[in-house]
Design a binder for this molecule. Structure first.
Ligand code: ADE
Length: 426
């Protein structure tokens, strides 16, 4: 006989089946509990599990392990999903230490991440809230960050830099296409997930604009990556500020040093406003031209992302990939699509959810909760794993030698336009 399942749980998934199966199930004593029912039962009754939940060794459905990073107001911990067993990174914030400004930034971080869905942007799987803490459950990128890589191993070769930079560029284009400005692009916020596959992280300073030429007025980000207009205490446009930071990043990648260096912020400010930097002569001419096009003091003269995408240095990189539509971040579309209308991947996700015990009722009751739901968490983790297994997250490749930069550049532009359209429609 299956165990009696109690009705009340801290981790209720639906209004009607709080902690495992309800009435009908009780009338069917031989039915085996689903993994989800077992887990909720465990979280209600197992003394060890309850203790782990109380002391923070477990958060929602996640088993928390050691610390893997820390910031001003947060710690990042490694964790595992108790049902799917996938590794995740959990950003832990102590709500009681957050002032109003930080709370505002945090809700922007969540809302920015919720509107992005790109292979080179760290995914937000779930948000868990307790009376004292907020936990952002994120995709785990276990290869360290770009800053540590360069400071420990030195500059990155140009072919490898192309592959990394193309991914950052693709991610930032996706952000700007969705009216999100990152405002803290720097090597520390570029994480490696597999060999040369990178993810842009940390949307704590990000903001949503109504149009990309909306003026902003908060100084954000890290001074060595800050554009000259940020040091002028004037309002500024978002996209060129991200572009400038990418120029600093590219300089750092190919030379292993920063273009603007000083031991105090006022000196650094002077350096950036003077706009003088020295590019080593061994940096290839196409790369030099790209850096010079980006690090233009006047924002209106600075390269736009589309110019960067069509530049000679990046021509040999095959990096255009379709971006999935964001509605797929919510499991509701599995039900809305109706039977027989899901593609193969969606069908696999639906079956995997069913096997874990996530029912249609769970998904329906989850409708308006976005990231603040364990059902969304399970769904996004499984969807992402399936996409990774299908190879959609491979790093781009250098596919060919450029024979005629002018002609190839035009061709790249055509590809770009085409791909952008595809992204919108798919
Ligand atoms: N450190 C900060 N965020 C991280 C993540 N998403 N994965 C791995 N380490 C991290």
């Amino acid at each position: 006989m299956s165990p009696q399942v109690p009705r009340h749980s801290l981790y209720s998934l639906t209004d009607s089946s709080d902690c495992g199966p309800e009435k009908e199930e009780e009338e069917e004593p031989s039915r085996r509990l689903t993994p989800l029912e077992n887990l909720t039962l465990d979280m209600c009754h197992n003394e060890n599990t309850i203790k782990e939940l109380t002391v923070g060794r477990r958060v929602g459905f996640y088993k928390v392990r050691g610390e893997i990073g820390c910031g001003n107001f947060s710690k990042v911990k490694l964790a595992f999903h108790a049902l799917t067993k996938d590794k995740v990174a959990i950003k832990v914030l102590d709500k009681l230490r957050l002032d109003l400004q930080t709370q505002r930034m945090l809700s922007r971080e969540i809302s920015s991440m919720e509107s992005l869905f790109h292979p080179n942007v760290v995914r937000l799987y779930e948000v868990v809230e307790t009376p004292s803490r907020l936990y952002l459950v994120l995709e785990y990128a276990g290869g360290g960050d770009l800053h540590s890589r360069i400071t420990s191993q030195g500059k990155i070769s140009e072919p490898e830099s192309k592959i990394v930079f193309a991914q950052i560029l693709s991610a930032v284009k996706h952000m700007h296409d969705n009216n999100i400005i990152h405002r803290d692009l720097k090597a520390e916020n570029v994480l490696f997930s597999c060999n040369a596959c990178v993810k842009v992280a940390d949307f704590g300073f990000s903001t949503r604009v109504s149009t990309n030429n909306q003026m902003l007025d908060t100084f954000c980000g890290s001074p060595p990556y800050a554009a000259p207009e940020l040091f002028k205490d004037e309002s500024y446009m978002g996209p060129p500020v991200d572009v400038w930071a990418m120029g600093v990043l590219l300089f750092f990648m190919v030379t292993g040093t920063m273009p603007f260096r000083a031991d105090t912020v006022p000196r650094l400010r002077r350096c950036v406003l003077e706009g003088a930097y020295v590019l080593p002569i061994w940096v290839s001419a196409p790369c030099q031209r790209l850096i010079q096009g980006i690090l233009k003091p006047e924002p209106s003269e600075r390269y736009a992302l589309d110019q960067m995408l069509g530049c000679e240095w990046l021509l040999p990189v095959e990096f255009f990939r379709p971006v999935p539509p964001t509605y797929r971040l919510n499991p509701m579309h599995l039900l809305e699509s109706g039977p027989g209308r899901l593609n193969q991947e969606e069908e696999e996700v639906r079956v995997a959810l069913q096997e874990l015990g996530v029912t249609e009722e769970h998904i329906l009751n989850n409708q308006s909760k976005n990231s603040r739901s364990p059902v969304t968490g399970i769904y996004r983790i499984i969807l992402h794993r399936m996409q990774r297994n299908k190879g959609t997250e491979r790093a781009p490749m250098i596919t060919g030698v450029v024979k005629d930069p002018k002609r190839d550049s035009l061709r790249a532009y055509r590809n770009l336009r085409h791909t952008s359209k595809l992204c919108v429609l798919s």
